[in-house]
Design a binder for this molecule. Structure first.
Ligand code: SAH
Length: 211
């Protein structure tokens, strides 16, 4: 259930579902998704579903991870990216193969501690994890080529958009009852927003959880 062959079937399914970026597909084919999920659920790791990961949070489905990664990458290698909502670290691990450096922020301390250990064991080194409220971004490490938010919001704070390079993009779910994936691209004149397919994410929350 957790074999290479199962993973390859997931990749084939993603390709059939319209994921076109072969770099994203090959990275997802190489990262063992079952290691990011509780053992009791590991046999479902390669199904196209989101699954619980403790603290009331969920690991995004493979399709969402692939779709957000291809939107962020826009067919070009990335230098520095910021992820808001580290969760179990699966998206973080994918991004670490697509960018030179990944900064990732998580508000739930104990969840981040587990994820830190997991990513260290997997020898993923080009990441910087931070326990903080991600809505402020990471001014000390900006600017970013890309920012990805893995929890839904109704409003993007300007301070976050200012941390993008010109030409950079923010990929995030927007809405409340009805949610859509959105991309905001920074250009020389300002920002342009594109609204894409309907999705379903846990909400972004402010403040941090210590234990
Ligand atoms: N990419 C993750 C998604 C986890 S769910 C995965 O696949 O595992 C969304 C995550 O965003 C949760 O871990 C939640 O705690 C975190 N989150 C919500 N609001 C946040 C905020 N303001 N700052 C940082 N992280 C936040």
């Amino acid at each position: 259930m957790t074999s290479h062959r199962t993973r390859m079937r997931m990749i084939e399914r993603l390709r059939n579902q319209g994921i076109a970026d072969e770099v994203v597909l090959s990275v997802m084919g190489a990262i063992p998704r079952h290691l990011f999920i509780e053992e009791a659920l590991a046999s479902r790791a390669y199904e196209d579903v989101s699954l619980p990961i403790n603290f009331g949070q969920t690991i995004s489905s493979p399709w969402i991870v692939a779709r957000m990664s291809e939107l962020l990458r826009a067919s070009a290698p990335l230098d520095k990216v910021l992820e808001i909502g580290t969760g179990c670290g699966y998206q973080t691990a994918i991004l670490a193969q697509l960018a030179r450096q990944v900064c990732s922020i998580e508000r739930i301390g104990p969840l981040l501690t587990r994820t830190r250990i997991r990513l260290h064991k997997l020898q993923i080194r080009n990441i910087h994890l931070k326990h903080a409220d991600g809505l402020r971004g990471l001014p000390e490490a900006c600017p970013f080529d890309g920012i990805i938010m893995t929890a839904v919001t109704t409003h993007i704070p300007p301070i976050l958009l200012e941390q993008l390079v010109v030409g950079g993009r923010l990929v995030f779910p927007e809405g409340s009852q009805k949610q859509n994936l959105c991309v905001i691209e920074r250009n020389a004149q300002g920002y342009t927003k594109t609204t894409l397919e309907e999705v379903n994410f846990v909400p972004i929350l402010s403040g941090i959880v210590k234990k």
